[in-house]
Design a protein around this ligand. Structure first.
Ligand code: AMP
Ligand code: GLY
Length: 421
């Protein structure tokens, strides 16, 4: 039976979800709220904010959707999945008790300890702690300091600057009461998205984000400036280790709880020089922009996969992947990530594409009163391509990017460099 689905959110990740769901045979209609200027090509946009839990429940009931797919973490931490499930609406995205894996770094660390999952050592500092000696005793490597709240990507500082470390600790303790000081993990990062429910799990192909704003991984951290999938740093041997040491123990631990984890667990990995994987972070949602390069790699029906996870039916569900490579390049507004200049005209995004190979995903876009496409956020859009080789996917993405203009905007020129060097 064909289903209707409501996607919650309005960024590049949700554009990718709408696109993949609209291409799924199992899905008759895709709704999205609030969506963006690009999601209208695949879905019906609605105006309820992704943070309005009551409004989202009411919308789901009015539309009588078969299930809801939640993009961002904040509504999950605010119990959106709990509320939907209470009203009989299946939800792809975990309940609040599990959303704490992203909402609280300490909770995530404790969950990892309980499951025996490898991660960096850490200590918790509060106003009674002697944090000066703690910093001295961790001074062989950069200091890694993490706030224990949802901080929209601004909750982590990795620094060798004592003053910056000290100030971040003091500020965090003042606002949050405590903060985590973590050992530095050297290595290369990768992301593994694992779709799971009470009955089973499916590892999607690993990907790699580019978090720094400038080429060569220089400059400030961002939400992510581009990504590609699969990431060859996760060799078959490392994949096996991730499965045995991280995914299976986490799934066992989560599925043994009264409330199962239904959704996607984003495993942020650091792979050290011996090829041993450690967890840097968990997120309780698809990564952005990892989602944009991972969903197109799924050859089977994405709607069926997400519905199965929302209804504890993964055990008997099989998923197949394309033997291809997908790469996305993000275009950001002038001033991003500090303060993005918005409301500028975007030209060239509307040109027709051979959508099977290359397409434009919108993130921070909208229409002005004259019905022209404008920027409304820091990360504005992305050009994504899928091809038999990573270098072809990269060439297609960058060729498409060249046709787009937005005053003052910037993008990285080296997406995929670790795999292509
Ligand atoms: P998180 O939000 O925990 O993923 O941290 C943001 C970024 O900080 C990560 O993507 C890493 O680049 C870096 N990071 C976090 N924890 C560590 C660590 N223990 N060692 C080295 N880098 C880290
Ligand atoms: N791209 C990193 C994230 O979604 O958290």
């Amino acid at each position: 039976m064909s289903k209707s689905v409501l996607v919650v959110g309005g960024g590049g990740r949700e554009h990718a979800l709408c696109r993949a769901l609209s291409q799924s045979e199992s899905i008759a209609h895709v709704h999205v709220t609030p969506g963006n200027a690009g999601t209208v090509n695949y879905a019906t946009n609605h105006s309820i904010s992704a943070s309005d839990v009551d409004g989202l429940l009411a919308l789901s009931e009015t539309l009588a959707v078969d299930f809801v797919v939640v993009g961002p973490e904040a509504p999950l931490c605010d119990s959106l999945a709990d509320v939907l499930i209470e009203h009989g609406i299946p939800c792809f995205g975990p309940q609040a008790i599990h959303a704490e894996l992203e909402g609280s770094k300490r909770f995530a660390k404790e969950a990892m300890q309980l499951a025996g999952v490898p991660t960096a050592e850490y200590i918790v500092l509060d106003s009674t702690s002697d944090f000066e000696s703690a910093l001295v005793s961790h001074s062989d490597n950069p200091w890694v300091i993490k706030r224990d709240v949802l901080a929209g990507g601004k909750g982590v500082v990795v620094t060798t600057d004592l003053q910056e470390a000290t100030e971040f600790i003091k500020e965090s303790i003042k606002t949050d009461g405590h903060v985590l000081l973590e050992s530095f993990l050297p290595g290369e990062e990768a992301s593994m998205l694992v779709v799971m429910d009470a009955s089973g799990f499916v590892c999607l192909p690993p990907s790699q984000d580019h978090k720094r704003v400038w080429d060569g991984d220089k400059g400030l951290n961002t939400g992510g400036m581009g990504a590609y999938c699969p990431a060859p740093v996760v060799t078959e041997e490392i994949h096996h280790k991730v499965l045995e040491r991280i995914v299976k123990p986490m799934h066992e631990s989560l599925s043994g709880m009264d409330v199962p984890y239904r959704g996607v667990l984003y495993v942020g990995l650091m792979i050290d020089e011996n090829g041993d994987p450690f967890v840097v972070e968990f997120n309780v949602r698809f990564g952005d922009p990892e989602c944009q390069v991972t969903l197109p790699m799924i050859a089977s029906d994405v709607g069926e996969l997400l519905f199965a996870a929302a209804t504890d039916a993964l055990e008997n569900h099989s998923v197949s992947f394309h033997d291809k490579h997908c790469l996305t390049v993000v275009l950001a507004s002038e001033g991003y990530p500090q303060s993005a200049i918005k409301n500028r005209l975007i030209l060239g995004a509307e040109l027709a594409d051979d959508e099977d190979n290359v397409w434009v995903s919108h993130a921070g876009t909208g229409m002005n009163d004259s019905n022209q496409l404008i920027s409304t956020g820091g990360r504005v859009l992305a050009t994504t391509a899928i091809a038999p080789s990573l270098s072809d996917a990269r060439a297609l993405s960058y060729q498409r990017m060249e046709k787009i203009s937005l005053q003052g905007s910037h993008h990285r020129n080296d997406i995929g460099y670790r795999a292509l060097r």
